[in-house]
Design a protein around this ligand. Structure first.
Ligand code: ADP
Ligand code: MG
Length: 252
């Protein structure tokens, strides 16, 4: 569901390609001229077969990996290096096992140069927001998969990114845990309890895309191109005012 009215582009990906060197020489083309625009208020899902380059694409948007050609703009400006407007949630959580929940979440702020006295306050607030109040001093190994992903989410949200990009964040979780996390995340987004202005979700689940997103972008494989952009019409049952949504809530 689009939660903001203005329609200015936050992210513009322009004709991005990516190739990797092959062990025997030559290069493997993974992304072949991908363009994507993400506007304020949008929730975009990216669907594509396994190995098509979805993770690589998100890493390029985030600035963790450079594109081979093409560019990424943030608020109209070309991004070199880490994208200042984007934070990422990883499929495998990517937590540091030797750090506590609090330290893992604070790390994102440290990397962005936030002064120490602000870090703790903001980290505690992010931990509370994702429902992990009381687990600040736990270590990742003491947490369930769903809780670990909540830490991953807190670590991304703590920097108050304009755009949250998520790489199959629910795929390592069991069905009920994934469902809880999906609906909690949607609630934070729809109720505007997070300052995030756009969401990008990579998923292999059409149901998840329809449940969460306003628009689905479908990628092909070998190499990846955008083969379809499908609007997901409102009101669908995620819209809390839609009769479908109310009827479902009545069932639960
Ligand atoms: P997806 O997330 O859609 O499953 P990935 O982006 O992980 O796809 O990978 C796309 C292709 O790029 C795969 O064939 C993968 O092996 C290759 N690839 C990804 N990262 C690297 C890398 N750092 N070096 C070489 N090949 C890579
Ligand atoms: Mg992937």
């Amino acid at each position: 569901m689009a939660v903001a009215v203005s329609r200015s582009p936050l992210i513009e990906v322009q004709q991005v390609t990516k190739s990797f060197p092959l062990p025997g020489g030559g290069r493997m083309q993974v992304l072949d001229g991908i363009s994507l625009r993400v506007d304020e208020g949008e929730f975009v899902a990216i669907l594509g077969p396994s190995g098509s380059g979805k993770s690589t694409f998100l890493r390029i948007i985030t600035g963790l990996v450079p594109a081979s050609s093409g560019q990424v703009l943030y608020r109209g400006r070309p991004v070199a290096g880490v994208n200042p407007g984007v934070a990422m949630v990883f499929q495998s959580f990517a937590l540091y096992p030797w750090l506590t929940v609090l330290q893992n979440v604070e790390l994102g702020l440290e990397a962005r140069g936030v002064p120490a006295e602000q870090r703790r306050r903001r980290a505690l607030s992010a931990i509370d927001m994702v429902g992990l109040d009381g687990f600040e001093h736990a270590f990742p190994k003491e947490l369930s998969g769903g809780m670990k992903q909540r830490v991953g989410l807190a670590r991304a949200l703590v920097v108050e990114p304009d755009v949250l990009v998520m790489d199959e964040p629910f795929s390592g979780l069991d069905v009920l845990t994934a469902e809880n996390l999906r609906s909690d995340l949607l609630e934070l987004w729809i109720d505007r309890r997070i300052p995030t202005r756009a969401m990008v979700l990579v998923t292999h689940s059409i149901e998840e895309a329809v449940y969460m997103a306003d628009r689905a972008v479908v990628l092909s494989r070998d190499p990846a191109r955008v083969v379809a952009e499908v609007p997901i019409p409102l009101p669908h049952w995620r819209d809390r005012d839609a009769p479908e949504f109310k009827a479902l809530v009545d069932q639960v």
